[in-house]
Design a protein around this ligand. Structure first.
Ligand SMILES: Cc1cc2nc3c(=O)[nH]c(=O)nc-3n(C[C@H](O)[C@H](O)[C@H](O)COP(=O)(O)O)c2cc1C
Length: 186
């Protein structure tokens, strides 16, 4: 009788869904980074709200050489931003690096839309790390333009990653809306 009972117990132990439990705990431990570039503070506000609402780490993609007002003058064809955005190979330098990109599984990347796409410094960021196996989710603010080809452009620069098409938000988007949007990747 004792033997039968212990056999049943051993059998039950094998039936326990260990794999499911392991996967669930992996999900709960997902490390998430919100990295952003913001020339005039709008995207910074959205990025901060997003990071706080989902408990993610926050990293500012700071240009080695900050953008002056003249640099940002999109009416001037000779301005720094116009020249950079006209050259798909342009890679403006970033001042610092994410300390340990390896530990993140999910990376949100925020930026202002410049000329209907991601600013060149975002291309620098995408090429600066190995994003293989990671999920990258772009988000942006703009004067009204949508994401355009930003996600597809970023995917080309990080072929091993899974890059979403992302979403454009208005400057005043709430923490609740951001949290709800981000939930499916967490
Ligand atoms: C050089 C430059 C180009 C821009 N191009 C666009 C554009 O194509 N479409 C748009 O809706 N807004 C455009 N904008 C406006 C910004 O996307 C918008 O003001 C954004 O919210 C600024 O974010 P930030 O404060 O984080 O830099 C442009 C702004 C700059 C400086």
């Amino acid at each position: 009788m004792k033997k039968i009972l212990s056999l049943i117990l051993v059998g039950l132990a094998f039936l326990t869904p260990n794999k499911v439990q392991a996967e669930e705990s992996d999900m709960a431990n997902k490390k998430v980074l919100v990295a952003y570039f913001s020339a005039t503070g709008t995207t910074a506000g959205v990025a901060e709200r997003l990071a706080t609402s989902i408990g993610a780490d926050l990293f500012e993609i700071k240009p080695q050489q900050p953008y002056s007002d003249a640099d940002l003058d999109w009416r001037d064809k000779q301005s720094r931003s116009s020249v950079e955005m006209n050259d798909l190979a342009s890679r403006p330098e970033i001042a610092s690096k994410v300390e340990d990109m390896g530990k993140y599984q999910v990376v949100f990347v925020g930026f202002p839309i410049w000329w209907y796409r991601e600013p060149s410094i975002i291309d620098t960021f995408m090429e600066a790390y190995d994003f293989s196996g990671k999920t990258v989710i772009p988000f942006a603010t703009s004067g009204g333009s949508p994401m355009g080809n930003s996600g597809a452009n970023m995917q080309k620069l990080a072929p091993g990653a899974k890059v979403d098409s992302g979403k454009r938000f208005s400057a005043g988007v709430s923490a609740e809306e951001l949290k709800e949007w981000a939930a499916k990747w967490l």
